[in-house]
Design a protein around this ligand. Sequence first.
Ligand code: SF4
Length: 434
Amino acid sequence: MNEYDSNRIYDLASKKGFEKTNNFEETDCYVLNTCHIREKSTEKVYSDIGRLKKNFLNKKKPYVLVTGCVAQAENEVMLKREPYIDAVVGPQSYQELSQIFSSFEKRKKNNFTDFDVVKKFDTLNKIKNSISKVSSFVTIQEGCDKFCSFCVVPYTRGQEFSRNPKDIIREAKELVKNGVREITLLGQNVNAYNFTENKKKSRLSDLIFELDEIRNLKRVRYTTSHPNDMTKDLIDCYKYSKKLMPFLHLPVQSGSNIILKKMNRRHTREEYLDVIQNLMEVNPKMSFSSDFIVGYPEETSRDFDETISLINEVKFINSYSFIFSPRPGTPAAKMKILNKKIQQKRLIILQDLLEKIKNYKNKNEVGKINEVLVENKMKNQNNYFSRNKSSTPVIIEEASETDVGKLVNVKIKKYNRNSLFGTVIRSNKVGEAA
Ligand code: SF4
């Protein structure tokens, strides 16, 4: 979401006459867009600003803005600790940026951390999304009402808010006009999307079917989902939608019911597995990825084994896994942290298993034909970057600039832990796609 937000912040800045620069020396305004999901992000802000200060020693200071969830969470503390920061702007106050970019010098206020998400989208809806990459994001929902014990999102992004579907579809059409061919719908809790106007309800499934109708849009994905919001209408999209990819990132965090309860995830291991099974029933080609928190407070070796058995059962093709890191202000931050060595040992075991499964799945693709969406020519190489239906990177030889933005069939010749490698099949013969 921060990638999407950074681009939108840039759209606001460019409307005021700014241009991006990689040359720090000539920067008039420095925007540091931050994420608070992991420990150490706050310290990174201070060290980045330290480097910036060195660059501007004896020169006119640039205007320094810290945006995003660290700005939201730290606000006054941050402004006091680092006077080099001119303003902090929380993620639900980006509507203030237009004014800030217009008049740096005149501003007295420097803390913009209200939760005014309606005004924010009103402002952003009026600014054209300039992204022209083949694959792009569109935010449809923000915030979360779930309050998992370890997570800062409900505090930094606020309550669940769903954008008007008309604005979403307009933005999607605009992006497709720019050359975008794949759209990933974004939200902290994207499948909780729910917009009602004049008694007409719009759900994520409705949006997916509307996107299906956009000419030249080839693929649709969404992230990140909560298992409890995988409703039947959404599961059925994997059967009936023409463009929704048969791949789902569905965080589970733990395979142990005891830990899931302590995390306040509000679902059990069995309920999670039921969702997976229901999805497999409507589309047997589905594949999955997930998030895991390892070494959660009070996690026993038995709880950890339950997570391992869940991974073996679902066979996730790609996942994110981290050692539990306490986020200030969350209920889990008050719990006793497990021994670091135990946490690290468990993380290694879990990541080894995830790697093994990923390798096995990648190896299994060798010799098969994958339908891929070609995204771009790779830097310093003649190869092209693409992704198959399950979002695995596929590096292709013998492609050309005219393939960019198109779906092509690729015969997979080799693999490594992260990617598949192949050549384009130019005939119309379509084999089994991933
Ligand atoms: S559902 Fe996701 S975003 Fe919401 S509190 Fe839980 S982990 Fe955080």
